[in-house]
Ligand binder design. Structure first.
Ligand SMILES: Cc1cc2nc3c(=O)[nH]c(=O)nc-3n(C[C@H](O)[C@H](O)[C@H](O)COP(=O)(O)OP(=O)(O)OC[C@H]3O[C@@H](n4cnc5c(N)ncnc54)[C@H](O)[C@@H]3O)c2cc1C
Length: 437
């Protein structure tokens, strides 16, 4: 697994030259995908910001971006993306055993395994530490019973990143464990939930005596909240368009909706928006409806632009302040509270784009599909509520900022000291079979 080569943290031009040579000599569109992924993994060029020991090159984010630009310039296929490399990998680097990290990193980087987040429950979303899915030890295995909801892509993935309760006698944050559970097994049932976009990317997942080998516990038993905190910090940051590949707003709809959005863009072969960010779709609509001289529209566009630019500068400042520890690379410490600010801004920007785009279209904004001036935009408009909820709601981000930046007092709560089994259960939870009394 370990890639060759030395760590070149900051010599961006040397990295650029080496990457250019690599892609010029290695990339060939006639190679099979599996063969190409293998080359990327073994060379370290697939995920150059990752540690050298784990298929990376230990590059600074700036140098890694230069390498990525060289890849794009040659048109070479990129490495597998998605939740595995963006969210699970940093968790493995921080909490995994060497055996576990090697096993999952190899499978995800070769494109052999995909992952879903199995965290939220019907009564535990913002209050994630209140999950009631139960894990009981049975020799070398754990037995899982309970239910998760809003699980994006659960029907198609290989593994779930699962948070479950292993100890009911301690306060709620103390009795949780993080598991990597194989989805395709007896005892795991996935039921799709249909969204107003028409997609059914969401699911409810039911566990009835499903099994997880002890080797697939991530972090220590009963210490799952520490692992979850790492996850949440990286997840929040994943909504930051400056932290990822793709043009402005390319990532804004979150993992589930972004995947659907991109698929949708591909289907919209007749629109001029094909393959472009929603910002340029909006620009097209303004031109199409001849609104470019309207002072209110111009003002709204200017506000969008300046907010976006300001966010980029803030993100650059944050990255610079973290550069001492490897910057924003997945192997560096998890992003801090600044990610809450970026997520709130992205969420507000998305709503502003939606409102402006619909206003520009007037009554045509009510149409959909082929009748709509830009079907892509209508799909985007229906997807926007997701952004204020997924990865932690706007209110929760504001709580973070209030407590950790402004120093406001946190809400008084007995939950940090009372054993979980003694906490008053909600009416819904109290009637669910299998819950502890
Ligand atoms: C597009 C999308 C994709 C998702 N994908 C996944 C996934 O793959 N896996 C997964 O596990 N989950 C996923 N989720 C679920 C998501 O994480 C939760 O919906 C979210 O954390 C909110 O939890 P909840 O729905 O239980 O709402 P609740 O927590 O019940 O919140 C309801 C309302 O109360 C407010 N509120 C709650 N607590 C507070 C507080 N302390 N202070 C102020 N206001 C508060 C909230 O802001 C919200 O407005 C996804 C959600 C979306 C929209």
């Amino acid at each position: 697994m370990a890639a060759g080569g030395t760590s070149q943290h900051d010599d961006v031009e040397a990295v650029r030259a080496e990457a250019r040579h690599f892609y010029a000599t290695q990339w060939d569109p006639d190679r099979t995908v599996a063969d190409w992924y293998d080359t990327l993994v073994r060379s370290g060029w697939g995920y150059p910001a990752w540690p050298i020991a784990w298929s990376g090159r230990g590059l600074s984010p700036r140098a890694a971006r230069a390498a990525r630009d060289e890849r794009r310039a040659t048109g070479a296929l990129g490495p597998p993306s998605g939740i595995g490399p963006t969210l699970l990998a940093p968790m493995l680097f921080a909490h995994g055993t060497p055996e576990q990290t090697g096993r999952f990193i190899e499978a995800m980087t070769l494109g052999n395994q995909t992952f879903a987040q199995m965290l939220s429950e019907p009564d535990a979303g913002s209050d994630l530490a209140g999950v009631r899915t139960r894990a009981e030890n049975d020799g070398d295995e754990w037995v899982i019973t309970g239910s998760k909801i809003w699980t994006s892509n659960a029907g198609s993935v290989d593994y779930g990143m699962l948070l479950a309760r292993t100890n009911w006698d301690v306060p709620k944050h103390a009795g949780l464990t993080f598991f990597l559970i194989h989805r395709d097994q007896p005892g795991v049932e996935v039921r799709p939930l249909r969204q107003m976009t028409g997609d059914a990317k969401f699911n409810q997942v039911f566990f009835d005596n499903a099994r997880v080998p002890a080797a697939d516990v991530l972090g220590d038993v009963d210490e799952g909240w520490a692992v979850t905190r790492t996850f949440l910090a990286h997840e929040k940051n994943s909504y930051n368009p400056d932290a990822h590949e793709g043009g402005p707003f390319g990532k804004v709809i979150g993992d589930m909706a972004a995947g659907a959005f991109i698929e949708h863009l591909k289907r919209q072969t007749t629109t001029s928006a094909q393959g472009r960010g929603i910002g340029s779709v909006l620009a097209d609509l303004v031109a199409q409806f001849d609104q470019g001289d309207d002072p209110l529209v111009r003002q709204a566009l200017a506000r969008l632009h300046t907010t976006r630019q300001t966010m980029t500068f803030t993100n650059q400042r944050v990255k610079a302040s973290r550069s001492g520890s490897g910057g924003a690379s997945p192997a560096a410490p998890a992003p801090g509270v600044e990610a809450a600010g970026s997520k709130l801004t992205v969420s507000a920007l998305t709503r502003a784009q939606r409102d402006l785009g619909l206003a520009v279209q007037g009554p045509y904004g009510m149409l959909t599909g082929d009748d709509a001036p830009a079907g892509t935009f209508q799909y985007f408009a229906l997807s926007t509520p997701a952004l204020s909820i997924a990865g932690g709601t706007d209110e929760i981000q504001r709580n973070h900022l209030g407590e950790r930046v402004l120093g406001l007092p946190s809400e008084p709560s007995p939950e940090r000291t009372v054993p979980f089994k003694d906490l008053p259960a909600s009416a819904a939870a109290a009637t669910r079979p299998g819950d502890p009394k």
